[in-house]
Design a protein. Sequence first.
Length: 371
Amino acid sequence: MKLGAVALAAVVACGPAGAPAPAPARPGQIDSRFEPVVSYLRSQVDSAFPGAVIAVGRHDSVLLLSAVGHYGIDDPRPVTSETVYDLASLTKVIGLTTACMILVGEGKLDLDAPVQRYVPAFRGPNKERVTIRHLLTHSSGLPAWRPLYIEATTRGVALAIADTTPLLRQPGDTFVYSDLGAMVLTQVVEGITGQRLDTYLDAVEFKPLGMTSTRFLPPSGWRNRIAPTERSQDGTIILGTVHDENAWKLGGVSGHAGLFSTGGDLARFAQWLLGQRAYLEWTRRQNVPPGSSRALGWDTPSENSSAGTKLGPRAFGHTGFTGTSIWIDPDKDLYIILLTNRVNPTRENGRIARVRPRVADLVVDALTPPQ
């Protein structure tokens, strides 16, 4: 997996960008150290989620790739390591943040430049003060969300509404986790590259890293291995279409949601990150606004976070609304990826909130030698 993309090489700037990802243990073969992890996940099937895939590893190895449970409330087929999940807001880090990192590495994007330099349509009171860093740290002052799927008729109209949405706070003053900010940042990336986000990421990230089961807008041929999400108002289960309503209105391609992937593909991504020291600059707390746990795009461990209690202070990660999460600890040379469809059949099931930190703690315990 030699990363031939010039953009990716420019980011790492520290020698060869990658090597072939080693194969995990055979499917179904579980290292005895991780039996408590897998047993716990099995205990949560049909309570916190229908099914789940977990991937654990280091920069040069996959230590665990295992599946539990079944596809959905109306689909008893057992989940496998090849099951494709709607990543929801993991799109923000796997896709959008990585795209920004690449462009900064190429000198095409300035973190402290005003957003208006790249998106002139981003207009309104005090918006000239909003920088790229503000968008990445969710401190732009934009509101969290608005129902674009109702308000807009097309992708262009939806993005125009996002651009002209008034700020609720002064830039840099307040943390508000904002999907609207990610939509604006999507336009930054697309304006610089001249490509839609999905096309750009496929060329500079997914193909070079060998992430063959990662993409926006999964084709019909993938349908049988995609985990379903929520039951819609008409009674049908969403399958193969992005769960997030605003991402759907944006044609299924946005920086805030829309990516689909597998545990194995995300393990490749995590292994690549652990091999790139340059990426640590993006995963340190920015203190914008003061006291925020946010890094650039990524989050860091905080009280009651999904990271659990045993990852180190330099760990970074993110969660997705559909029941997905990723945590990476460079000091422990460790990644923990959990993919579930906890919204099947309804988003009202919030038990995943207790599962994520418990899984993280169990993984660290499994890798900690007895005293």
